[in-house]
Design a protein around this ligand. Structure first.
Ligand code: PAF
Length: 292
């Protein structure tokens, strides 16, 4: 059910104080450019918060998680449309800080002299997305830790679409004893299977057609998983190779915790298949569960 409210739009940390209700605070951190996938996270948040709780949505394009040459400057910014979606999904508070509010001493990029404390992720941050985007997860975990400190949520909702990010956030919350219940929300998809993403809007019509090969490849891996990892990998790779417009970055079959799998995992056990590829100049990621 959708509820129409007018969320409070808050720009500074001082203004966040006093906006909590009596029930749980449920937090959905985003970088804006909201789409139906974010709306599904907000619906989960509203349900978890209940009538007495407070749903807080943050919108902040975090410079610290973008590397040189990435799409920070052209990252879509659609603030008014985002607030309209927030209103439709019953969000109570939209927290949209400025860069100066979040990083008063400047953005502590790698290699920049800074006294700021940042979050050092463990070795999982060097694999998959981290291998292509050095420093990315340090940026993500640092901003999420800061947002957690400002919003002080009981529950935080993140999409499974960014599966490695979700795993690292869970790890940070556990290792730093933050006491927040982290909820992973299933990936929302277009009718043809393409995972919804803010970056899909960069695709032209031909690239949009080509991009669907990613979810088709993941499904092929799912269908062959009971034959073992090599067969599942081969099935996914042949789908990807059928689309020359797609430049593969990685295809990985892992445990649910992103660890290494044996070639023939125990029957009935679970894993994950993850893919990243470039379609034109747009880098897309996706993942799905595996059942062996
Ligand atoms: O998933 C995202 O949109 C971002 O990485 C997050 C978690 C909001 C941190 O900037």
């Amino acid at each position: 059910m959708t509820t129409l409210t007018t969320p409070d739009v808050v720009r500074s940390r001082g203004d966040l104080a006093g906006l909590r209700g009596t029930g749980p605070v449920v937090f959905v951190p985003t970088m804006g450019a909201l789409h139906e996938g974010h709306a599904s996270l907000l619906r989960i948040a509203r349900e978890r918060a209940g009538a007495d709780g407070t749903v807080v949505l943050s919108i902040f394009v975090n410079p610290l998680q973008f590397g040189p040459g990435e799409d920070l400057d052209r990252y879509p910014r659609t603030f008014d449309a985002d607030v309209a979606i927030a209103a439709t999904e019953g969000v109570d508070v939209v927290f949209a800080p400025t860069v100066a509010e979040m990083y008063p001493d400047g953005v502590p990029h790698e290699g920049v002299v800074s006294e700021a404390v940042t979050v050092q992720p463990g070795p999982l941050a060097d694999l998959f997305e981290g291998a292509s985007r050095p420093g990315h997860f340090r940026g993500v975990l640092t901003v999420v830790a800061k947002l957690f400190g400002l919003v002080r949520p009981d529950v935080a909702v993140f999409g499974e679409k960014d599966y490695q990010q979700l795993a690292l956030i869970r790890r940070m919350v556990a290792d730093l004893c933050l006491g927040i219940d982290v909820v992973g929300a299933p990936t929302d998809r277009e009718p043809d299977g393409l995972a919804r993403s803010s970056r899909n809007r960069y695709l032209d019509a031909e690239q949009r057609q080509q991009a669907v090969v990613l979810s088709r490849a993941l499904r092929a891996a799912q269908e062959r998983a009971s034959y073992g990892v090599p067969a599942a990998r081969w099935a996914a790779m042949s789908v990807i190779k059928s689309e020359p417009g797609v430049e593969l970055d990685y295809l990985a079959l892992t445990t649910t915790g992103l660890g290494e799998l044996p070639d023939y995992p125990e029957a009935g056990s679970e894993g994950r298949v993850l893919v990243a590829a470039r379609v034109g100049s747009t880098r897309l990621i996706d993942n799905m569960p595996l059942q062996f």
